[in-house]
Design a protein around this ligand. Structure first.
Ligand SMILES: N[C@@H](CCC(=O)N[C@@H](CS)C(=O)NCC(=O)O)C(=O)O
Length: 211
């Protein structure tokens, strides 16, 4: 039995979305960030980092949204193409995009905005860091804009976890008022129209994150 812990954020929707792409039956445990729920004894036993999402598959537990997306595709959809097969060049490119998305578009830019704008009570005001983060996001994401000039997909001309991850950072950026190009906007809208995204998003965003 699979359980996905976490809801309400652009990171948690990734895990739910992949489950729906794969048609998996699973149990969602929709705890929110900044609600105190990640500090419960039960949750800390699963993830001492106190972060969502977390996947539990019988006795196997992993955190980190990109790792969860990849584990699900490898384990439950090896022939779906959602995650390119290991030891291939497509897989290397997929890995490249996932690292890029997590580092350059999530942690170093959007999350800096979250920390120093939404959560400034905790992390401090840092207007210069926010400006740099917006500029950094736009510069880095322009690489994806170029890559998508001939295809609606980042890897292998088919929908993969790389598109799933990219779509979540683009919608997160839009929600933060960061301008994205018409091509990236159309790309995000295309993938957000997938039935699996719609179902996952309805579930994921049925709860709210804490302040
Ligand atoms: N790199 C991690 C980041 C996870 C993360 O920071 N999650 C936030 C919510 S988006 C969280 O759980 N924060 C703890 C809390 O707010 O209680 C991933 O992609 O899964």
């Amino acid at each position: 039995m699979i359980t996905i812990w976490g809801g309400a954020t652009a990171r948690t929707v990734r895990a739910h979305w992949m489950c729906y792409e794969l048609g998996l039956e699973y149990e969602p445990k929709l705890i929110g960030s900044r609600t105190g729920a990640t500090q419960s004894e039960e949750f800390r036993a699963l993830n001492a980092k106190e972060k969502i999402p977390v996947l539990v598959d019988d006795d196997f537990v992993i955190s980190e949204s990109a790792a969860i997306v990849t584990y699900l595709g490898d384990t439950y959809g090896p022939d779906t193409g959602l995650v390119p097969k290991p030891y291939t060049r497509e897989r290397a490119l997929y890995n490249q995009w996932l690292s890029f998305i997590q580092m350059e578009l999530d942690a170093h830019t959007l999350y800096v905005m979250r920390k120093h704008r939404d959560l400034s009570d905790l992390y401090g005001e840092a207007p210069a860091a926010i400006t740099t983060a917006i500029e950094g996001f736009q510069k880095q994401v322009s690489v994806a804009d170029t890559e998508l000039s001939n295809s609606d997909y980042l890897v292998a001309n088919t929908f993969t976890g790389a598109d799933l991850m990219m779509t979540t950072v683009l919608s997160w950026a839009k929600a933060y008022g960061v301008a994205i190009t018409p091509r990236l906007d159309a790309y995000a809208k295309l993938h957000m129209s997938r039935p699996a995204y719609r179902t996952a998003a309805e579930l994921n965003f049925s709860i709210r994150a804490g302040a």
